[in-house]
Design a protein around this ligand. Structure first.
Ligand code: SAH
Ligand code: SF4
Ligand code: F3S
Length: 466
């Protein structure tokens, strides 16, 4: 999917004391007290990086735009597919020479958790290895680095706690991410996340709502609730707020105009969530409901805990309400043992559901996962062939779907401004990217009505209607 035009306004939230002591004898470099942070992976990683940046800023560090300008170089990594993990090691290789210049290099996130101390063997120039389930220890680990310790790790995953910081450096000035549940207790046979992010832990509903109120006061109008299985949320407080109730409570906070949530697991997707969306227009009309395969046989091998029929019941529930809720999904092709007939079932599912958008992947065998040892691996060329067919089919579906929207008018939260004059971009409630023209001078962060004049498979083209 194409990205909207970028902007680089950053914002800090929280009550940190910015006079925080600058790191003293940390790394004998001219860039002392500065950090560079690059993030790979999913939105949860993006948001973790916002919190990690907050931890460092609170300690008096300054964030810089290039590794060259930094004393501390951090990579927040992803291990979901082999290619993602390889990218991390090639990036680390590029910065090998930096260590000899006195820079400190750290690996965070899912590759850190997955590879653990082996990273020190593979890349001895690395000084910090810390997985997301240990981030609450980051201040302590950073203090150890500052005092000259060269091999520091945070690799526990048995923690009961979630990672909260006094201060978070949010990258987007209008939309705030907020993790409500960390880790994952599902056991999909292909997936590293339960190992890299640890067991499921939900954050207390009162603390979530307190943060939402603060965010709204700071001017964030769109709140995006995050979790690998966000709808498996279990309020640990006596209030025991259900996920659907939490959505309604977040939407009810004055100043909040949009609430999004991702990713939903089909097995925990209950009727009350759809009812909440129907009842409260501030909850966006978009559900990301990864199916992974259209074949019950493959779903069983994937340990996805639902059949195709059960999944389709959830789709019918979502499509059965008065609001036109957009549905997107994730699909893996070439899972071990996936026959041509299984793949055909996945194509039939696309034709039946007509998803608004799709993220599709070739199966990638991952360390420690049960599917690693499964027979009947699908050859790489065959995976590529299936992926291309799937993506072609979906492109046609999106082309037809989006073409039907020409003439309609949508509310768009303006989040990007093009270099080209009078060109803006933003997202509809249904999460469609809209590029549009407007004669107005200042639109960033505002909600505007956009009439659709054209469409591509991945975006809408339109004009601002005043
Ligand atoms: N928690 C979410 C998504 C997790 S990762 C869920 O359960 O749906 C995002 C997507 O990456 C998954 O939905 C899946 O489609 C894909 N993915 C995960 N592991 C993979 C693997 N080993 N090979 C290929 N794709 C994978
Ligand atoms: Fe991975 Fe499955 Fe958990 Fe999603 S639900 S993070 S795919 S184990
Ligand atoms: Fe990647 Fe970890 Fe997210 S493996 S997709 S960064 S949870």
């Amino acid at each position: 999917m194409s990205k909207p035009f970028d902007f680089d306004i950053g914002r800090l939230t929280g009550e940190a004391n910015y006079s925080g002591r600058p790191p003293a004898d940390f790394a004998q470099t001219p860039e002392r007290g500065t950090f560079f942070l690059e993030t790979f992976g999913c939105q949860m990683n993006d948001h973790d990086s916002e919190k990690v940046a907050g931890v460092l800023l609170a300690r008096g560090y300054r964030q810089v735009e290039t590794p060259e300008a930094a004393g501390l170089i951090l990579y927040n990594t992803c291990s979901i597919r082999e290619k993602a993990a390889q990218k991390v090691f090639s990036r680390l290789g590029e910065y090998r020479a930096k260590q000899s210049q006195g820079k400190i290099i750290g690996v965070l996130g899912c590759v850190a958790q997955q590879e653990g101390e082996d990273i020190f063997e593979r890349a001895p120039w690395v000084s910090l290895v810390c997985g997301s389930a240990s981030y609450r220890k980051l201040p302590e680990l950073i203090a150890q680095l500052e005092s000259g310790n060269h091999r520091v790790t945070g690799l526990d995953t048995d923690t009961e706690e979630t990672f909260e910081t006094e201060i978070t450096r949010r990258d987007n000035p209008f939309r705030a991410y907020l993790t409500i549940i960390e880790g994952c207790d599902k056991a999909c046979s292909y997936c590293v996340v339960p190992y890299t992010r640890g067991p499921e832990r939900s954050r207390a509903s009162d603390s979530i709502l307190r943060e939402v109120r603060q965010l709204a006061e700071l001017g964030y109008s769109e709140i995006q609730l995050l979790g690998q299985t966000v709808n498996s949320y279990k309020d640990p407080t006596p209030r025991k707020m259900r996920f659907a109730e939490l959505l309604l409570a977040v939407a009810g906070v004055p100043g909040v105009r949009r609430v999004r949530f991702t990713t939903s697991h089909p097995s925990d997707f209950t009727k009350d969530i759809v009812e909440a969306i129907e009842a409260q227009p501030k909850i966006c009309e978009h559900v990301h409901l990864p199916v992974q395969s259209g074949s019950t046989r493959v779903l069983r091998a994937m340990q996805r805990t639902y059949t195709l029929e059960e999944y389709l019941e959830k789709i019918a529930m979502i499509r059965g309400v008065s609001r036109p809720i957009a549905i997107s999904t994730d699909i893996i092709v070439g899972f071990p043992g996936e026959k041509e007939a299984d793949f055909e079932e996945t194509l039939c599912l696309l034709d039946e559901v007509k998803y608004e958008s799709l993220f599709s992947f070739k199966y990638s065998p991952r360390p420690n996962t049960p599917s690693l040892k499964m027979d009947d691996a699908i050859p790489e060329e065959e995976k590529s062939r299936r992926l291309a067919i799937l993506q072609d089919r979906q492109r046609e579906i999106q082309k037809a779907r989006n073409a039907r929207l020409v003439g309609d008018t949508f509310e768009v939260l303006v989040s990007g401004k093009s270099r080209r004059e009078n060109q803006w971009s933003g997202y509809t409630s249904s999460n469609r990217l809209a590029n549009f023209t407007s004669q107005e001078q200042e639109l960033l962060g505002t909600y505007v009505q956009v009439r659709v004049t054209g469409a591509t498979p991945n975006s809408l083209v339109g004009e601002h209607v005043v």
